[in-house]
Design a protein around this ligand. Structure first.
Ligand SMILES: [Zn+2]
Length: 162
């Protein structure tokens, strides 16, 4: 799936589990940065297929050339599994599974790639907003979602103003 979708899913996982900074780094590394292998394959792939092919879901041009590293293969379990020992929630394995699982879902629903990806992205983003709202409302006396939206607007305004 697109890196943005992986990022949204991983952020939602990070909100569900109370993680510290180190654990967030592990979560992002195994859940999102896994796609960094595409960068190495990109020059050849784009050279052969053109820039428009970047949004093709599989990056498979029928050449049989690999555009993903073995970290995208189930065999990587034997590397990530042992690495996960000692981490709370087996975090590296959890993050890696979320990534490989989403890619698996995409490869098995290729005909509906765009709608499936959209649903995953929208549900994840809705979950993130909901969790952020719940956390915010815990420390407020009186709350409504409308007040939360106003709070977000003011925060953005304060952040952007010099
Ligand atoms: Zn991937």
């Amino acid at each position: 799936m697109l890196t943005t979708t992986h990022l949204a899913v991983v952020i939602l996982i990070g909100f569900l589990l109370p993680l510290d900074r180190n654990e967030w780094l592990v979560l992002l590394t195994f859940g999102v940065m896994l796609d960094f292998d595409h960068v190495f394959a990109a020059p050849r792939y784009i050279g052969d297929n053109g820039w428009a092919a970047v949004v093709r879901p599989t990056w498979d041009d029928g050449s049989g050339e690999p555009y993903k590293s073995l970290f995208h293969d189930s065999v990587a379990f034997f590397v990530v599994g042992p690495l996960a020992i000692g981490w709370r929630f087996m975090l590296p394995l959890l993050a890696w599974s979320s990534h490989v699982g989403l890619d698996w879902l995409q490869n098995n629903t290729l005909a509906y790639s765009a709608p499936v990806e959209s649903v995953v992205l929208i549900v994840s983003c809705a979950g993130i907003v909901w969790f952020a709202y719940m956390r915010w409302s815990e420390i407020q006396e009186e709350t409504s979602f409308g007040m939360y939206v106003l709070h977000l607007r003011d925060s953005v305004k304060a952040y952007l103003s010099p």
